[in-house]
Design a protein. Sequence first.
Length: 193
Amino acid sequence: MLFKLELIINKILLDLIPKTEKNVKKGNKIFGGIILDKKNYSTVVTGVNNELINPLFHGEISTINNFFKIKKKINPKDCIFISSHEPCSLCLSAITWSGFDNFIYLYPYEDTNLKFQIPHDLKILDQVFKVKKGQYNNNNYYWKSYSIIKEISKLSKKKQNFLNNKITIINEKYKELSELYQKNKKNNKIPLN
Ligand SMILES: [Zn+2]
């Protein structure tokens, strides 16, 4: 699948991050998702982590819940699923059960673990499923997954530079959001915080 990466990156920067910021200020994690129409890249829904209400309300789950609230039914196969961070085992399953045939994420598990100090994605895959180092099957019967960073690396040097400048801005935003979450997390009641 070929992606219009600039549009995807702009949606994260201009749409997802402001919504994420609101929920992080309440004490939620930094994760979120966007569902786009494959044809014209219009936003179908967004969603952000809301674990303070329910520990299952991960960014992707909130996004999927919003998607199935829409009155006019849209085929998930006509959509692109964007995730700020590589989806955890819960969200991998939720994306699968919901009928999406793809997802594309910005930060891989290693970043969630090291940069963002949230080790549970890798730990659950290892402890529950015996999947080492997050090596799930990323091209399977149900879907294919993509990394925004890897997709950028396939472009011309000029385009790479242009998009990586935007990624730098996004990285700074998520760094701030993460620091805010980490500072406040000792006070929250999220089981795996
Ligand atoms: Zn998740």
